[in-house]
Design a protein around this ligand. Structure first.
Ligand SMILES: [Zn+2]
Length: 264
């Protein structure tokens, strides 16, 4: 009898935990769903930013395509579905033009899968990327043909692309890309336009992240294209930096006030 009561108690506990998880999951899904979906977010869009730069949006992901005399440059394939959609758009808008170079902004698998459909001649990534890829299943990541470290200026088909190494910020393989002739900067998982980041930006080292934003803000440019949601202007990146700094300041003030042990 005693054994039966223990089993019943355990079963009740498990049911309540599972029930609680289902409730939490439902709540989280409800909260997250409108963030990732909505008008201007769902679906795909191929857009011309200026004579040299185009952008392709696949749901909440966005990349850039640079038109050069030697062929196209794509920064971040993201995933197989997005790359397949981009390939169709490229064939339609630039018939016969090949992807000369594919660049990975950082090693994260949601930015680096699906590149093979683009059939690029060259693939560039930060030299530490394989260290992280080799620790996980990285099927679908097209292998780089060239690894870079530190700031690297790429001259492809008459277009200067400045790959700015951002140190430990959002991983330690992160690059931002400055195209001076177009007064444009592309960032991956660093800054958004009039939007908050999911979960405060995963895989983020706050001091390095803020330093990276400040480094980009010090550049003279006009158009800001982040890897998620809408693109905008340099002012949008400044606003975003200010919001992150203010959030950090408020969180610090609250922790100090509540006297959390071990935090000063
Ligand atoms: Zn990332």
């Amino acid at each position: 009898m005693k054994k039966l009561i223990i089993i019943l108690m355990a079963a009740t506990a498990i049911t309540s935990i599972v029930g609680c998880n289902a409730f939490v999951l439902k709540t989280v899904t409800k909260t997250v769903d409108p963030y990732f979906h909505g008008p201007g977010i769902d679906g795909t869009k191929f857009e011309k930013i200026n004579e040299t730069i185009y952008t392709y949006r696949w749901n909440w992901y966005r990349n850039v395509i640079i038109v050069t005399e030697e062929g196209l440059v794509v920064i971040d394939p993201m995933n197989a579905e997005m790359s397949a959609g981009l390939k169709k758009a490229l064939d339609q808008h630039f018939p016969g033009q090949k992807v000369h170079t594919l660049i990975y902004s950082h090693y994260h698998l949601d930015h680096t899968r699906g590149g093979s459909v683009l059939a690029p001649t060259h693939v560039i990534a930060h030299e530490k990327s394989p260290t992280y890829w080799n620790a996980v299943n990285h099927d679908g990541v097209l292998e780089p043909t060239r690894y870079i470290a530190g700031d690297t200026t790429l001259n492809i088909g008459g277009v200067e692309i400045r790959a700015l190494y951002l140190g430990l910020s959002h991983t330690d393989t992160l690059y931002a890309f400055h195209i001076p002739s177009e007064r444009l900067v592309f960032t991956a998982d660093l800054g958004l336009v009039k939007a908050v980041a999911p979960n405060g930006v995963p895989d983020r080292y706050a001091p390095g992240y803020l330093a990276a934003m400040n480094r980009i803000i010090a550049i003279d440019f006009d158009t800001f294209v982040p890897s998620h949601f809408a693109y905008g202007t340099k002012k949008d990146l400044i606003d975003w930096r200010d919001m992150m700094e203010e959030s950090r300041r408020l969180a610090y003030a609250i922790v100090q006030k509540s006297g959390t042990p071990g935090v000063h």
